[in-house]
Design a protein. Structure first.
Length: 679
């Protein structure tokens, strides 16, 4: 989040904190120009934070609200560069004072949020999520949470809905940047004769080029890591060093400012989770913010006056606290409900967040920033360090004790064990060629599919070992075994075409005669998530309309079966496992806690309605291309309901993947496949 400039002069704050000239930077001394307060930047900050808040609350027309963070990066680069250069040129820069100001700005508002989150996590989060919270708490305290969340990105990573401190990644990016940035400016001043534009522009170009180069192959890395985000702060820095000529023409300035706001609005409304980001798309909010700041730097335009209205200024002033509070409230509320918020609930949470944020700004942020609370730098740093140690010790205890499961009754812990009941070899076999079954004989079959194939892999592996036969597995997150499959809904699935093509090459090269195909077929056919499942629609077409998925699914399945037929393979298609649409272990545990028993069911008719198009299509195409179909639901369902638990144990690890206990119920089905259907 960008630094908030108070209504008083920044220099007044420094004087109150005992700022002293530092002759060691005299070689950089220049004109002592004071940075003036710009209310329009507070207004711009308000627009940025409101975009983020509306996006997180799931309210309409804010699918790209995440770009508010990029606007903040530009604002931060502009303000911090201006203040740093003002100090350096006035020969009063002190690195200790700089970090003191950062400490006063960030930590007083952050610590109450961490305290609230830790208490709420203790009472609400189940052990695995509580343990993961402890890990993110350490990241937030050390301003390394961007590294934590980058390492967790992936198909089986926690969803955003159980990561209360996810939003602190942007704070980590800024603070990592500001560890070196003051020294960078001093270095430029001392050795490059104040050629700030050249130096800043060079770093900007390098960072932006890296962002473009890697966003396709490593989108999570580019999104979270500082080197790929520096260019956004540097755009603001270029404005601070006045790299562009001043605008003196009011109509032109108005046009520039209006264009900037238009770009921000366009990104906030039209971007979505499916947008490749950052990449070139990040230019939309970054240039938008830069144009707004640039337009208001010398001329009081209509845009400046609009952004300077009191309600926007107030939201801008509380924006840091609002950024911190809104997300933790949303996360814990959603976790308690185990579903997305309704629009009414989202609006209510935003209202509560606004109230808390105002109180935080009024009674915590402002007094600490201006030195009314704890004037001494020594006591400020000591107090911050002591609190950080206490939080870290608490987080370490939670992590070491695996989320303190003894907080919960035994039957609740039993249901939650289903979360950990996944295939132990998933990490080993993910996105690679993996041997399952006997290791000392040539492979005779290929298990090919997405994470649903990985869910049944343990039982197939166990049966193959018992028969002393061997197979290969080609498994990829979110990628059905469909040659030519391209997913347009999430950047994590960019390697689907390569992975599926490699499966065909393995069949050819190793002359594999038996293929078991498994995927979450209904999701690929319908596009829409099931019931209360979190996440955007799955998109198989370039026009990004989930309504068109069925036609593309039929085309891809037909093409794949045709190619397998040409390779003279025996194909067995595993029909869809019943989806539940709720996190089964969590819901069962919640029911056991609140009711004393668990009664979650998946109605059989709901399952059949979900499969109304996918199942007949799979059956028809299998018949056309001489493939066989096996039906897991025949063992998991009765005429009235599909099982989600048995003997007080969850048969699912989440809302649609079978646990090992669930997969073992399918042993008779796959024993027949290995004994009779594959030759």
């Amino acid at each position: 989040m960008a630094e908030i400039v108070p209504r008083v002069s920044p220099r007044d704050c420094l004087t109150n904190l005992g700022a002293r000239p530092s002759p060691r930077w005299a070689f950089c001394a220049g004109n002592r120009t004071e940075m003036k307060y710009r209310p329009d930047i507070d207004g711009l900050r308000a627009i940025a934070v409101l975009a983020v808040v509306l996006f997180h609350a799931g309210l309409p027309h804010a699918s790209g609200g995440f770009i508010g963070v990029d606007v903040f990066f530009v604002i931060s680069g502009y303000l911090i560069t201006a203040l740093l250069l003002e100090d350096i040129r006035a020969d009063r820069f002190s690195i200790a004072r700089f970090y003191e100001l950062r400490t006063r700005r960030l930590l007083p508002a952050l610590f109450p949020v961490l305290l609230f989150s830790s208490v709420a996590a203790y009472w609400l989060l189940f052990p695995r999520d509580f343990r993961d919270y402890a890990e993110s708490l350490a990241g937030a305290l050390s301003f390394s949470s961007n590294l934590v969340f980058w390492s967790e990105s992936g198909y089986f990573a926690k969803t955003d809905a159980v990561r209360p401190l996810l939003h602190t990644w942007s704070l980590a990016v800024e603070e990592q940047f500001y560890l070196i940035y003051p020294w960078f400016l001093i270095f430029v001043c001392r050795f490059f004769r104040k050629r700030y534009t050249l130096a800043i522009g060079s770093v900007l170009a390098l960072s932006f080029a890296s962002n473009i180069l890697f966003v396709g192959a490593r989108p999570e890395m580019v999104f979270y890591l500082t080197p790929f985000r520096i260019w956004e702060l540097m755009v603001g820095a270029l404005l601070a060093v006045e790299a562009l000529p001043k605008l003196s023409n009011a109509p032109l300035a108005n046009l520039v400012g209006l264009t900037g706001l238009g770009l921000i609005g366009y990104g906030a409304v039209t971007f979505s989770d499916a947008t490749r980001f950052p990449g070139f798309n990040a230019l939309v909010p970054v240039l938008g913010a830069a144009l707004v700041i640039y337009a208001g730097s010398t001329v009081r335009t209509l845009i400046v006056r609009t952004l300077s209205i009191r309600p926007l200024i107030l939201v801008g002033l509380i924006s840091y606290s609002l950024y911190l509070w809104h997300w933790v409230l949303i996360v814990f509320f959603q976790y308690y409900l185990q579903r997305d918020l309704t629009h009414l609930e989202g609006g209510a949470v935003i209202g509560v967040a606004l109230l808390i944020s105002y109180l935080s700004w009024r009674f915590i942020e402002t007094p600490f920033r201006t030195g009314q609370f704890i004037r001494s730098r020594f006591w400020l740093f000591s107090g911050a360090a002591a609190l950080a140690v206490l939080f870290a010790a608490w987080g370490g205890e939670v992590y070491i004790r695996n989320g303190i499961p003894e907080r919960l009754p035994g039957d609740v812990r039993g249901f939650l064990m289903g979360q950990e009941d996944g295939w132990a070899r998933w990490d080993e076999c993910y996105e690679t060629i993996c041997r399952i079954g006997a290791q000392d004989v040539d492979p005779s079959f290929l298990l090919w599919g997405d994470s649903h194939a990985a869910a049944i892999a343990p039982v197939i592996e166990r049966l193959a070992k018992a028969k002393h036969i061997s197979g290969l597995a080609v498994l990829n997150r979110g990628c059905a075994p469909l040659v030519g499959l391209i997913r347009y809904d999430a950047l994590s699935y960019t390697n689907c075409p390569e992975q599926n093509s490699s499966a065909l090459e393995i069949i050819r090269a190793k002359q594999i005669k038996n293929v078991i195909m498994d995927g979450r077929w209904a999701l690929y056919a319908e596009g829409k998530r099931y019931k209360e499942e979190l996440g955007p629609p799955l998109l198989l077409t370039a026009n990004q309309r989930w309504q068109d998925d069925y036609g593309m699914f039929e085309q891809l399945l037909r093409s794949t079966l045709q190619q397998l037929q040409q390779l003279h393979t025996n194909v067995v298609i595993v029909a869809s496992v019943p989806e539940v649409g709720k996190d089964v272990p969590v819901v069962l545990a919640r029911q056991a806690m609140s009711q004393g028993h668990a009664d979650l069911i998946e109605p059989y008719q709901d399952f059949m309605d979900r499969q109304a198009r996918a199942l007949p299509l799979v059956r028809r195409l299998a018949s056309e291309y001489s493939a066989k179909v096996v039906y897991p639901h025949e063992l998991l369902c009765t005429d009235s309901a599909c099982m989600v638990a048995k003997d007080n144990y969850s048969l699912y690890i989440d809302d649609n993947h079978l646990s090992i206990h669930g997969a073992l119920l399918l042993a008779p089905l796959f024993k027949k496949v290995l004994d009779e259907d594959l030759q």
